[in-house]
Design a protein around this ligand. Structure first.
Ligand code: GP0
Length: 817
């Protein structure tokens, strides 16, 4: 990426004040005196949006008229976070905004707080999509994000009196939302059900019902690139036509029912992360947004053309399938080309395979979507025919490549048997040009294990692109103090668009003055977080203790239970005097995690963490030594507050299970040290920051495999390490459940008999490395030197670099001229 200095504001503070006033008057109809923080938020957002408008329209025009291929990022999730400050940053208006808002008598922070965070994603995958479109715009690459504007985002998490997770609906659109523009004039019709008939030797789909897909457009401003791309999120609306037959025969309410129900399609985000539920509505959602997006792209790139030459489609736009969720786009594009535009099979297949690429985000077999043939046949009968035909052609192709019948059978896209299913990951691999994993280790395991047969026969399809995160949101906006220090240290702010420049900080790790300033920044961030936490969650966190954080979805493979067991062991050791109280390094541990509402073990783990926190925080014996806090409803906003304040980050998944992780990158870039396993992108982080600046523990992938082979017996580890035994016994005997021995029995039983992710086997090395961590922490200069080296050496993990890798290895396109 070409380095940019910060953009210059298009307005003075005085002008911006006038613009806000104008919006208050002509949009909201309130006077400056009447205006609340929320009014100022809406008015300033609309004013900011106007400043993006010219760049947005020229970017769209250049995207269509230029000869640079665009990128279409198809994703069921975009976890955007708040928009206002991000737009201000990219326009160079941060200080003008602060000053204007103050002049109008408001606190800028309260105005920004009035924005309700859109939660249109579950976790890593959705946030990655948001980072990617930010980077594409910042690189000046023409791109569309395509997804769904769910009416209800990821649930709001609360905890009840017993510490159990309670889910509340996230009706974010109940608030004024100035960023999305709903464009009724560019809607698309998406149909479902019915049957396929033969007419003049052609297959004709006669759908049973249709829904109107209305685009809601969000501007995606690039940082200092002058480009503004589009995130187009589809919202389902009913058609106003009645089913007249029903209307004549029966009741009005029966007649409107299908119309009313059509809107359900975009009502709610499925809250399962990495564990798809295979529900009918979910498939409807997937087809809904993908069909609308493909038709939209044809509308955009062939304006006004009835008979466009779609053999040029792959030169206009390349579609990235973000996991298997949009893979129904492959048969849909085939259907469009064959049924709507009259192309023959081979031409259609050639266009389709050139158009799509697939990113896999998992190694958990249960996370790879499979749809029953019956369900697809019922909802999308024509697509099921096409998928079967793809399967037949594919099996033919395989026969030309191998004689191994077993292998060919294993590779079927449509399985055989009484309940045949469609494997979406296989369809994606067969129907696109490239398949990528999201970190080196993950991509290797995809080739060696998950998609082995495919990689053996189509080795050239497979590649890796290691994930990244946007430095604009996750350093500049989240951590203004560190940003200022980096700029001071490097003598330039160009690092925000060329993050490898952070390398220039490495020598400063030996400069005691700089190290002290770095330590002051971290301490100030801890104080700021403590204030935020007090204000927002009501707990006291002592900034003079080590801040140790584990934030991510609650999943057994991520092993929050390893953290909680080690924490209980530590608590017991302090309490029993096994460790001398004076030798205890004071620590404050933060958890943040949502569990899928139907995931019993994960929810029980949440309850356990909350109750360990309750017991520990109320025990005078450990006061000042150990504290545990679990703020509810971890989201992008909380991440932006907590990550800059963290000193030790936990990335402790079982090796071979976390595809990449992206939190790990955010923490390292904000100067936290990582305690982690050799999993996902941890491997690459450790390579870059240096083994001596990373706390490695636990089994490797090979060791995990070997232990499975040998037969894993978790009870053995329970007997072998008294710390572990103590921790589990305390959970069993009711220490964290007011004496009730049943509450956590399912967790205990699982650990002692199954422990599928080998938490117990890694316990000892995890508990032991804590001594190293604490020894280092006792030497603040050394700790901070290592923290600086983490910042200096992780510039690689910018999502700008990820995008450049995709451009080079997969998309073969670049910035607009
Ligand atoms: C992977 F399969 N991820 C899935 C899924 O359904 N949802 C999801 O968020 C995540 C991976 O678990 C990850 O390792 C990865 O970094 C992220 O996708 C983006 O690639 C950690 O969140």
């Amino acid at each position: 990426m070409t380095e940019q200095t910060a953009p210059k504001s298009p307005v003075t503070t005085e002008q911006f004040i006038e613009e806000i006033k104008e919006q208050l008057k002509y949009n909201q109809g309130v006077t400056v005196e009447q205006a609340t923080d929320a009014d100022i938020y809406v008015a300033s957002s609309l004013a900011v949006r106007r400043h993006l408008m010219d760049s947005w329209t020229t970017t769209q025009k250049d995207t269509v008229e230029g000869n640079t291929k665009a990128v279409g990022y198809l994703s069921a999730e975009f976890l955007m976070g708040k928009q206002l400050r991000n737009a201000l940053l990219n326009l160079g208006m941060l200080s003008e905004f602060d000053d204007a808002v103050k002049a109008l008598g408001h606190d800028p922070q309260l105005v920004v707080d009035a924005e309700y965070e859109p939660g249109l994603g579950n976790g890593g995958l959705g946030r990655l999509a948001a980072c990617f479109i930010d980077s594409l715009a910042s690189l000046g690459v023409p791109a569309f994000g395509y997804g769904i504007q769910y009416k209800y985002g990821i649930f709001k998490q609360e905890f009840d009196a017993e510490g159990k997770q309670v889910e509340r609906p996230d009706y974010w659109l109940a608030n004024e939302e100035p960023w999305g523009h709903i464009d009724y004039n560019r809607s698309q019709k998406v149909s479902f059900g019915g049957s396929v008939v033969e007419e003049d030797g052609k297959k004709v789909w006669k759908p049973a019902w249709s829904v109107r897909a209305v685009p809601v457009d969000y501007m995606v401003p690039g940082y200092a690139s002058g480009r503004v791309n589009t995130l187009r999120l589809w919202s389902a609306k009913s058609y106003d036509e009645f089913d007249l037959l029903t209307f004549n025969k029966s009741e009005y309410l029966d007649a409107v029912k299908p119309q009313v129900e059509a809107e359900n399609i975009s009502k709610i985000l499925y809250p399962e992360d990495s564990t798809p539920q295979g529900k009918r509505l979910r498939l409807e959602q997937q087809y809904f947004f993908v069909a609308a997006s493909l038709h939209d792209a044809i509308r955009v790139f062939y304006p006004g053309q009835d008979k466009p030459d779609l053999t040029t489609f792959p030169n206009k736009i390349t579609f990235q399938l973000n996991d298997t969720h949009p893979v129904i786009g492959i048969p849909e594009l085939m259907r469009i080309l064959i049924d709507e535009y009259g192309y023959d099979w081979n031409t259609a297949w050639d266009i389709t395979t050139k158009t799509f690429n697939y990113t896999c985000h998992t190694l958990l077999p249960e996370a790879l979507e499979v749809w029953p043939v019956d369900l697809i046949s019922e909802l999308l009968p024509r697509h099921m025919q096409i998928i079967n035909e793809i399967n037949d052609h594919f099996l033919e192709e395989l026969k030309g490549l191998t004689r191994d019948k077993e292998r060919i059978n294993r590779m079927r896209i449509v399985t055989e048997g009484d309940y045949p299913q469609v494997r979406m990951a296989y369809l994606a691999t067969a129907g696109g040009s490239h398949v990528n994993g999201v970190a080196e280790l993950h991509s290797q395991l995809l080739k060696d294990v998950t998609l082995r047969d495919f990689s053996d026969l189509f080795p050239k399809k497979f590649t890796n692109v290691t994930n990244g995160v946007t430095p604009r949101r996750f350093i500049r906006l989240a951590n203004p103090r560190l940003s200022a220090l980096i700029t001071e240290g490097l003598g330039t702010d160009k690092w925000l668009s060329d993050l490898e420049l952070l390398q220039g900080l490495a020598p400063l790790a030996n400069d005691d003055e700089f190290v002290k300033k770095f330590a002051e920044v971290k301490h100030a961030n801890k104080v700021a977080f403590a204030n935020f936490a007090k204000d927002r969650y009501g707990f006291d966190a002592n900034p003079d203790t080590m801040f140790n954080t584990m934030v991510k979805r609650l999943h057994e493979y991520k092993r929050q239970s390893l953290k909680i067991l080690a924490l209980i062991a530590r608590y017991a050791a302090i309490k029993n005097g096994t460790i001398n109280a004076d030798d205890v390094l004071p620590r404050t541990v933060f958890f943040g995690a949502k569990a899928a509402p139907g995931y019993y073990m994960a929810k029980l783990t949440i309850q356990l963490i909350n109750n360990v926190a309750r017991v520990v925080n109320n025990d005078p014996d450990v006061k000042g030594k150990l504290a545990v806090h679990f703020p509810a409803n971890y989201n992008v906003r909380l991440a932006q507050h907590l990550i800059p304040a963290t000193e030790l980050d936990e990335q402790i998944s079982q090796a071979g299970k976390e595809a990449s992780g992206t939190g790990n990158m955010k923490f390292a870039l904000n100067g936290a040290l990582t305690v982690g396993t050799l999993d996902g992108a941890n491997v690459e982080i450790r390579e870059r920051v240096g083994a001596e600046n990373f706390f490695l523990f636990g089994m490797t992938v090979d060791e995990v495999d070997a232990l499975y082979e040998e037969g894993y017996n978790p009870a053995k580890y329970y007997e072998a390490d008294p710390r572990l035994k103590m921790a589990i016994d305390m959970i069993s005997n009711g220490t964290f459940s007011d004496g009730d021995r049943n509450t956590y029995a399912p967790l205990v039983a699982d650990w002692l008999t199954k422990d599928y992710f080998m938490t117990l086997a890694d316990f000892t090395s995890y508990a032991d490395i804590q001594y190293q961590i604490e020894d280092l922490y006792r030497n603040p200069m050394e700790w901070n030197r290592k923290a600086i080296l983490n910042v200096a050496n992780t510039g690689f993990f910018s999502s700008d670099r990820s995008m450049e890798d995709y451009l080079e290895r997969i998309w073969h396109t670049g910035p607009l001229a």
